[in-house]
Each structure stands twice: as C-alpha cells, then as structure tokens.
Design a protein around this ligand. Structure first.
Ligand SMILES: [Zn+2]
Length: 115
C-alpha cells in the first residue's frame, strides 16, 4: 500500500499503533530475552507511517506550536495514534512499582510486583 493510501487508513493505523505499543511492552517485560519476542505481523508501510507519526507526536510535545502547521493527513494520523494508544491501555495495565505495561491477564509484572 503506498504511503498516501496508508495515511488515510485510520483504523489500520490505530491497530498498528496498538500492536507496536504491545510489542514494545512485551520486549520491555522480557528483559534479557527481549530478542525472542516476535514482532507483530505489520505492513511495513503502516509501521513506517506510525513511527513517523510517533516522532511527530514527540516533536509537538517539545514545541506545541508545530501542531497548528501540520498537514491534514498527519493530523488524522495523530488521531489514529491516540485511538491506538487508548486500545493499548484498555488491554494493558501499568505496574505501580516500575511503570512497565503488561497484559491485563498477566498476574505479575516482570519486576515481580503483583498486578
Ligand atoms: Zn513492575
């Protein structure tokens, strides 16, 4: 899928962002075994655009004035990222002890704290 089409696939981008956040959480929880965590089967076009949007998000955090000058497809993409993050937070819980995110079904965090 060309980038132009990917940038309009809001549901797909939200899904991709949620999957990427889940992957990063699983890697973080796996510690030294993080290389063994399988990456999600995401399209490289979606993944590329999501990573770009996450970079844009970080830039806006540093200079909020940027947000006023973004093209429409980037604005829509940021909405998709926010939706993906909400989905991730519905499916995960954050450890009160170390701040890691784990599946809502995980009994314990990688740090040993009960979730
Ligand atoms: Zn923890």
């Amino acid at each position: 899928m060309p980038v132009l089409e990917v940038s309009r696939d809001i549901a797909g981008l939200a899904e991709c962002a949620a999957a990427l956040l889940d992957y990063e959480a699983r890697r973080s929880n796996a510690g030294k075994r993080s290389e063994m965590v399988q990456p999600p089967p995401l399209s490289s076009a979606h993944l590329g655009w999501v990573k770009y949007l996450l970079d844009v998000e970080r830039m806006i955090e540093k200079s909020p004035a940027l947000a006023a000058r973004l093209p429409a497809d980037v604005m829509q993409g940021l909405t998709a990222i926010a939706a993906g993050r909400q989905q991730f937070r519905r499916e995960h819980k954050q450890c009160q002890h170390c701040g890691r995110w784990a599946s809502i079904y995980a009994p314990r965090c990688a740090c040993g704290e009960k979730l």
